[in-house]
Design a protein around this ligand. Sequence first.
Ligand SMILES: Nc1ncnc2c1ncn2[C@@H]1O[C@H](COP(=O)(O)OP(=O)(O)OP(=O)(O)O)[C@@H](O)[C@H]1O
Ligand SMILES: [Mg+2]
Length: 360
Amino acid sequence: MTILEVRDLQVWFDLPGGGEVHAVQRLNFALEAGQRLGLVGESGCGKSTAVLALMGLLPPTASVAGHVLLDGTDILAGGEETMRSHRWSDMAMVFQGTMSALNPVQTVGAQIIEPLRVHGLSAGPKARARGLELLDMVGLPGALAARYPHELSGGQRQRVCLAMALACRPRLLFADEPTTALDVMVQAQILQLLIDLTSQEGLALVLVTHDLAVVSQFCERIAIMYAGEIVENGPAEDLVDRPRHPYTRRLFAATLDLYGDESPQSIHGTPPRLDQPLSGCPFRPRCDRAFDPCQGERPALAVVGDRHVAACHRNRDTDSDAAAASSSGHRADDLRSAHPAQSSTPIVQPDANGHSCGSD
Ligand SMILES: Nc1ncnc2c1ncn2[C@@H]1O[C@H](COP(=O)(O)OP(=O)(O)OP(=O)(O)O)[C@@H](O)[C@H]1O
Ligand SMILES: [Mg+2]
């Protein structure tokens, strides 16, 4: 069952001195109940902006266009009132940068149960009991409920934010770098909690992270973002073994190889500025496989494999692309062995826009 469908999402920010940043450009993907999607890409490619837009939490300087369908209803078209009625109850978010996400003058216990109060789901002793249950779920002692955010470590604050996001038992969770401040043992515990919630309770999850080992192991699908757009989206195993966009290959090649003897190869150059119009393929200046067509139209997502789409003109040139793909998935086994989690949830079939087109 499709919970979320994002069609042609676009976000622009007005800049104070004039001009605008086109932070998210024609973003397309779909998410099923119980599915875990990893959203990956270099800093500034629009990951946080995209999930904040889906939650309706961007500042007033942002303009948003496109369609965000929650259970088939376009909540973006419904405006702030519709968004608010679903926010925290049906869809929730763990923000990147936990200090700014928490109120410094309110105890963490009060903040965790705030969504329950706002949505009229519970109050008083019942809400406080739920608050303690949530702290326990994220591996924190109940005594922390009486503390203020500055009295907690970064990792503890990150777990408080996760507890807060889970308070109303949402069906959809956007987690923006939820484990970056956690040591590996706590990270494994939190990832296991998220696996349990997705596989047992049908929570649909979008995990934003820079950690390719985590997404390779933990997510059923991976979507790679570049310059505001998803440029590849496929089943995790297939995408790691046979990346079909040159940027994805370079991203994996740039990853530290803990067990092998290959040193990481950084991607030369920088991503394009999003405050200027883009022409052709935005990855072209950094791509070792660029050819003439890349200067023309920006490539659209096209089917490159089973439930796998990528936006690269080279994919029309199937033979040479297959050779490049098979020679670049060399870190796949290392990445998968780096984390213990493994998926069991069925994966759906996306069409050329990354939408689901076959599901249970
Ligand atoms: N409030 C804002 N006003 C203007 N530009 C913004 C604003 N927020 C983000 N941007 C710009 O939008 C683009 C995307 O930013 P975003 O924070 O979504 O990137 P990201 O992929 O989450 O990066 P990171 O991995 O560093 O968190 C960047 O160019 C950023 O400078
Ligand atoms: Mg971000």
